[in-house]
Design a protein around this ligand. Structure first.
Ligand SMILES: [Ca+2]
Ligand SMILES: [Ca+2]
Ligand SMILES: [Ca+2]
Ligand SMILES: [Ca+2]
Length: 411
């Protein structure tokens, strides 16, 4: 077994000689857009969301994730083929009605007036006992779509509810809006009864996080208001939500996630945008203790990502994920970035362990042939202690799997 210490791994004298690492496998699957590995009943399962303009949206489950490591063909089970543009798949941590439940967010915007309705929904799916049950819990709202789901008991009745954000953006809508809502789990028959909708606040659209930044027992909201091009924090005063704009100079936003990037003990916000100009990049905002009034100090970690995919609407990057190659979480995390229109997976390695040094070195982990990259995830699939990176290679119809063992050993 290969053992490495944080010290040797992060030593700046050891640059990545071969940053582009060979995939250990490429698994065929049509139009993969997002992949997530979720432990369901103590078994790791991979869920792949697929969609395309003229391709029926579907979510497939790969029951035996070890198949992903050594074969281009895997046995998969379609858990739904009836969801428009499925995005994230999120497991409810508690059984509901004795069943394991997945929530799938979906929908997309219309590019043109002749395009059919793409309005989205939140669907619950359960597949215990081999039978698949699907229940749409949102009311139809024309032109709106959903991306992320969070399970949280919002009314303290002991039943987990769903928090989600929706957007009504389209190129045909000059003033897109967002809404953060929660859907109340009914007391009985949650797989057939209505989940009552409650609006939390207008604004949040795609990525959001509920987090109690000041420890007063009430969550604040951090939101990437993607199409409104605003990165915001909300906090509650009595019944009123206050909103502070952290940034509005990045263009369309992709993701925002709290994590301590520089390991100084304070949370930072890791942000990506999604543009086709020189601003395309990866950014960090240090969250000040006086988050309402003080400036959120910005650091540019990577900028000028080139959008190599041709065609209208192509942009870069996608989501950035702070990660460690193994379970050893000492030192600063590395950052993996799905390039989306850059057709690459970018790796950012911190130049120094100094908490006041925000410099990173970019290397390319993987480069596709004319395909955008989708929503990726890390998981140690074979239990060897090194995580695998699973990347949807959308236009070329496969999932690329790389072992972080190769990253560590190549350096
Ligand atoms: Ca509840
Ligand atoms: Ca708070
Ligand atoms: Ca920090
Ligand atoms: Ca592994």
């Amino acid at each position: 077994m290969i053992i490495f210490s944080a010290t040797s791994f992060y030593s700046p004298s050891l640059a990545y000689l071969q940053p582009q690492i060979e995939p250990i496998s490429k698994v065929e699957i049509e139009y993969p857009a997002f992949i997530k590995v979720i432990t369901v009943n103590n078994q790791k399962r991979a869920f792949v969301s697929s969609f395309g303009r003229n391709f029926e949206g579907q979510v497939n489950m790969i029951k035996d994730v070890s198949e992903l490591l050594n074969s281009s063909q895997v046995s998969k089970e379609r858990i739904t083929g009836k969801i428009k543009w499925p995005n994230s798949v999120t497991l409810c941590k508690e059984n509901i009605d004795g069943r394991t439940i997945l929530a799938i967010a979906g929908g997309f915007f219309r590019h043109s007036p002749v395009m059919p309705d793409q309005s989205g929904a939140i669907n619950l799916v359960t597949m215990d006992s081999g039978e698949i049950i699907q229940h749409e819990i949102t009311n139809y709202k024309r032109g709106w779509f959903y991306h992320e789901v969070l399970w949280k008991d919002m009314n303290n009745d002991g039943l987990l509810d769903i928090v989600t954000a929706r957007s009504n953006f389209s190129p045909l809508n000059p003033n897109p809006k967002g809404e953060l809502i929660w859907l109340e789990q009914p007391q009985t028959d949650p797989l057939s009864n209505k989940w009552e909708e409650h609006i939390i606040t207008e604004g949040p659209e795609i990525y959001f996080e509920l987090i109690d930044l000041d420890g007063d027992g009430t969550d604040e909201i951090i939101a990437a208001e993607s199409f409104q091009e605003k990165l915001c924090v909300y906090w509650k005063d009595g019944k009123k939500w206050n909103r502070k704009i952290i940034a509005e100079d990045l263009g369309v936003l992709y993701s925002a996630k709290t994590t301590d990037l520089n390991k100084d003990g304070n949370l930072d916000l890791l942000v990506t945008n999604h543009v086709s100009d020189a601003r395309a990049g990866v950014f960090c905002y240090e969250i000040p203790s006086d988050f309402k009034n003080a400036q959120w100090k910005k650091h540019v970690l990577l900028e000028g990502i080139e959008t190599r995919k041709a065609g209208p609407g192509q942009a870069s990057p996608g989501e950035a994920i702070a990660f460690y190659p193994t379970n050893d979480e000492s030192g600063k995390p590395l950052i993996a970035v799905s390039g989306d229109g850059s057709q690459r997976v970018h790796l950012l390695t911190p130049n120094s362990q100094n908490t006041s040094n925000w410099e990173y070195t970019e290397s390319i982990l993987y480069e596709t042939i004319d395909s955008v990259t989708g929503g990726m995830c890390f998981e140690d699939l074979d239990g060897d202690g090194f995580k695998e990176l699973l990347v949807p290679i959308y236009d070329s119809h496969y999932i690329c799997i790389m072992s972080m063992k190769d990253l560590v050993q190549n350096k």
